[in-house]
Design a protein around this ligand. Sequence first.
Ligand code: NAD
Length: 441
Amino acid sequence: MVSLLKVGIIGAGYVGLVTATCLAEIGNQVICSEKDKKRLSILKKGKCPIYEPGLEKLIEKNHETLNFTSETAELVDFADIIFICVGTPAKDDGKPDLSQVEGASREIAASLDDKYKLIVEKSTVPVRTYEWVKKTLNRYSDNPVNFDVASNPEFLREGSAIKDFMEPDRIVIGVETKKAEELLKRLYKPLTNKEIPLLVTDPATAEMIKHASNSFLAMKISYINMIADLCEKVGVDVDIVAKGMGYDHRIGKEFLRPGIGYGGSCFPKDVRAFIKIAEEYGIDFNILHETEKINNERRKNFIKKIEDVLWINKDKNIAIWGLSFKPGTDDIREAPSIDIVSNLLKSGVNLRLYDPEAMENFKKLYSENPNIKYFNDKYRALKDADALLILTEWEEFKNPDFKRMKKLMRLPIIIDGRNIFKPKEINGFEYYSIGRKPVKK
Ligand code: NAD
């Protein structure tokens, strides 16, 4: 493949590493910088420090054009286009912590000179952050500088990140100059076609599109969760209601899955950030306050459901399938499992946990707790369990050997936070799910 551009990626997290690898895959020469020494040393060995399906293979495949460094200066010297892909976690007050973006900007500034560079924000940031990035680049550079700043928000989802990057619903580029527009169009040319629109805006609009999209999706999840609560009260199956709604193209079937709520490193913090951004401009984004409130209550409602089923939690053996915030990832940031596990531990239960990919991350939070046991096999986690909780809808949970499960468990009780089974298909179990009639023996 012909090499197209020299690209630098700052931050080898879920977004940076996928972006770096996919841009190498479509023919660019890429250098990716990472501050975390452990993460960097894994990458330098050609391995992948995070679980994302297909990523390690793609890193290996592109090893000749994909390099890793700890030095921002080396990256700036090499690249024509530099993507800032660092974290923007929430602060305690809900505002995003932009110190990694500021830090990366300062490091870039220190190496800038009069050779043109395009600096692109890919991290999710509040509208008008690009102005601060520009100001920082100017302030912290000793030399006469020659650069543009653009915004190119990322919409990939963990678990399907490579496909999402390679076949996105849209690419948004927010630019101030023709030169920046042309460079980004050239970079994305191999991905864009009639089906994948490339929307060119100014940087502020591009920044806004990202927060507006994520907040809308979170709102859709909270909406269907409220419908689920109502369905449960009136004895209607929410999954059929969602199906009926989803056929309407104006609504769409995606993100109409009821459950224990959204988690992860994006929706919770992006909703909070968007509320704060609106607040700064004197706008009360009421609907998002409610979205967040409903989402937080999902976890509490699920705990209540467990208590309603088990009566007393103390000394019960509870098995849990699924810890990651969604299937296909090892990421547990703001996962519902964390709140649910913490809460159950307070009531004196013994937990038997299984997740195909996220257990190592979970152990970092609860390594020493004598009331938690981890299992490498989902069936072993069920031994003598008084109930099984399903917290993540991994594919491997969807067609289990129910007979084997029943033999292993002390009581055949399943409390499913993700509606992975059809109530009609459950035999010999008490089965409780979200927004549907329970199946009782
Ligand atoms: P992450 O925390 O997994 O990765 C960020 C990485 O940047 C870390 O490894 C950190 O060590 C590194 N880093 C920070 N400062 C650095 C510096 N100066 N030089 C080199 N490395 C540095 O974060 P993420 O999940 O990849 O998210 C990154 C951004 O993308 C966030 O703004 C997030 O909101 C947004 N986003 C995330 C997703 C997702 O699914 N994770 C999807 C779309 C957008």
